[in-house]
Design a protein around this ligand. Sequence first.
Ligand SMILES: [Zn+2]
Length: 180
Amino acid sequence: MKGLLVVDVQNDFCPGGSLAVPEGDKIVPVINGLMDKFPVVVASKDWHPKQTVHFQKWPVHCVHNSRGADFHPGIQSTKIEQVFLKGTGNKDDGYSAFEATNLDLKDYLKKKGVTELYVTGLATDYCVRASALDAAKIFQTFVVTDAIAAVNVKPGDDKRALEDMERAGVKTVLSTDIQK
Ligand SMILES: [Zn+2]
């Protein structure tokens, strides 16, 4: 069974947001186009308290219940069956969707019978990378390369992140090559 994981496609990570990923919104229609190809569609949200050590490293973003923490308005959020909230404590970064605190993502996907997980979203070099590396320990994991976008604090971070994922056994795939 195939599962689709949509990582952190939230306003603050899209152009106009407080921690915008360049062209982060370009992946929205690609992800929407994938949703109907998957029997299981879940998403993660960065969901931070107002004060957290995480904001010593990053501009304030995705504070819980703020507009910046909402999904990008273009995402077909009604097709997302469950949202997993991460980074909810004041001492953790919560880069990986598998660190969600409202529900256990691994248990949820296993109960649904998911064996192959396709990872999409923002950002390639942080939360997508961390989520895919955790996923690869449990599931056959794919990263959909036209459905992710990178922060690139340092040029080439996106390429290095993909190399890290591939080294961990994650396969790369294009959205157009995914069959229903
Ligand atoms: Zn964050």
